[in-house]
Design a protein. Structure first.
Length: 465
């Protein structure tokens, strides 16, 4: 894609013989970078307008070029981008077609630019749009989670640590945790889009150009905040692509965690959710099976996204300044990451919207495993003035005795409780229902239903901003 030997006649007289077919195959990037056609045409139109206004080419040639590029855009939109390996990439594909349409004037389009700054510009434009599209997908899953959280603000489920029942929480509170994760993901993509929004166009091959360019004009025309300040950095930088992949990797991890919970919750030992037909499959041999394949595939896609960041980091890490052909593989990597993340977001949003939560099963398991033991310790601190470390030891003894007797903590016989500590009264044990437990967690960010509803209101307001 950059200025290096190839078989195209547009290279002029430097090379007399074309490369072997294998070289052509490995060198050509048009099967991948044809995806940049809209960005390439937009950047070319901005460049042509600028060099025309600056008197670098005639106004007549600038007008012909713009009209020809507009025609090519219409053709590509209607019929797709033709793939000709001899033309190597989207830049030569556009310029070759432009020459078919307007003749020799097409050759003036490349004045004062290189494919190095051209591809850097196109790729930044594409990645900026990709950040916006991923943000929309993240907002959609947040919206779906908020709706289900509101529906289940009072529904009680077990909260886990180490996948062991720890304390009762509300399902709404659990779902809101993912709303917060995806909000941070959105902020990462917004930051990435802000940082990448500088224009490489006009940096030429690596050193700038002797032509009197107005780089501010092309930057403004393409929606960039400013031109990049260093021509070497402009053509060689791929920080923005790395940052996109890094942000995508973290978002994929969050999606994978949610997908894993769907898989676990749908299993018979848990039975927390029922999967809709649209997001599950059956077995070729076991007719009773309903498999959470969509969730499992989202979980698996996280590996692809993590690999995309690693692949791009390895491509970039050893490159001297400025451009090397290795960078041709950056686009396939980022395109793949975008596709995988966009599809995963859509799938998980659909699942969240249509899952049936079995709140009866959740409520039953929320009371298991002495999940309100901490509530007893808190009661002893609050009502009896027992230091927390002492209370922790007392409650541990109560749990041990309850296990020996085969009863829940709240059903520990009064005599047994008093024998452990006088402060463990019937009133203390009566406060150990899961409903009382979640209702008591009123600290900011806590699981109490009133706090959950406040958090939903705040999250909705943030989405509308």
């Amino acid at each position: 894609m950059a200025d290096s030997p190839n078989s195209n006649s547009m290279w002029g007289g430097r090379f007399g013989a074309g490369p072997a077919a294998i070289m052509q195959e490995i060198n050509a990037s048009i099967p991948v970078d044809k995806r940049l056609w809209e960005e390439d045409i937009a950047a070319s139109r901005a460049h042509a307008a600028m060099i025309g206004a600056a008197g670098i080419i005639s106004a007549d040639d600038a007008a012909k070029i713009d009209a020809g590029l507009a025609q090519i855009a219409a053709e590509f939109a209607a019929n797709g981008v033709p793939v000709d390996l001899a033309l190597e990439d989207i830049h030569m594909t556009v310029e070759s077609r432009l020459k078919d349409i307007i003749g020799e004037a097409a050759g003036r389009l490349h004045t004062a630019r290189s494919r190095n700054d051209q591809v850097a510009t196109d790729f930044r434009l594409w990645t900026r749009t990709a950040c916006t599209r991923i943000d929309a997908g993240l907002k959609a899953i947040q919206t779906a989670l908020l709706a289900r959280a509101e529906e289940h603000a009072d529904s009680i489920m077990p909260g886990f640590t180490h996948l062991q029942v720890a304390q009762p929480v509300t399902l709404g509170h659990h779902l809101l945790a993912y709303v917060e994760m995806f909000a941070r993901d959105r902020s990462r993509f917004a930051d990435a889009a802000k940082r990448l929004n500088e224009s490489p166009l006009g940096a030429a091959a690596l050193a700038g150009t002797s032509f009197p360019l107005d780089r501010n004009a092309t930057a403004s025309a393409l929606g960039f905040d400013r031109p990049m300040a260093n021509s070497i950095d402009a053509v060689s930088d791929r920080d923005f692509a790395l940052e996109f992949c890094a942000s995508a990797s973290i978002a994929a991890i969050h999606l994978s965690r949610l997908a894993e919970e769907v898989v676990i919750w749908a299993s018979q030992p848990f039975g927390f959710v029922s999967l809709p037909d649209a997001w599950s499959t059956g077995s070729s041999i076991m007719p009773q099976k309903r498999n959470p394949d969509a969730a499992e595939l989202v979980r698996g896609r996280a590996g692809l996204l993590l690999g995309a960041f690693q692949r791009l980091a390895v491509i970039v890490k050893g490159l001297p300044l400025t451009y090397s052909k290795d960078l041709q593989d950056d686009k396939e990597t980022v395109f793949g990451a975008f596709d995988a993340l966009a599809l995963s977001l859509a799938a998980m949003t659909g699942m969240v919207e249509t899952l049936t939560f079995r709140t009866d099963r959740m409520r039953a398991l929320a009371a298991s495993g002495f999940s309100t033991a901490t509530d007893l310790a808190d009661w002893l601190v609050r009502e009896a003035g027992v230091p927390f470390r002492d209370a922790h030891h007392i409650v541990g003894a109560c749990v041990k005795r309850s296990e020996q007797l085969g009863v829940e903590l709240s059903a520990l016989p009064p005599g047994e409780a008093a024998a452990i500590h006088a402060a463990v009264t019937p009133a203390a044990l009566a406060a150990l229902t899961v409903e009382a437990s979640v209702a008591s967690r009123t600290s900011y960010g806590g699981t109490a239903p009133e706090r959950v509803r406040q958090a939903i209101t705040a999250a909705r307001a943030a989405l509308e901003e």
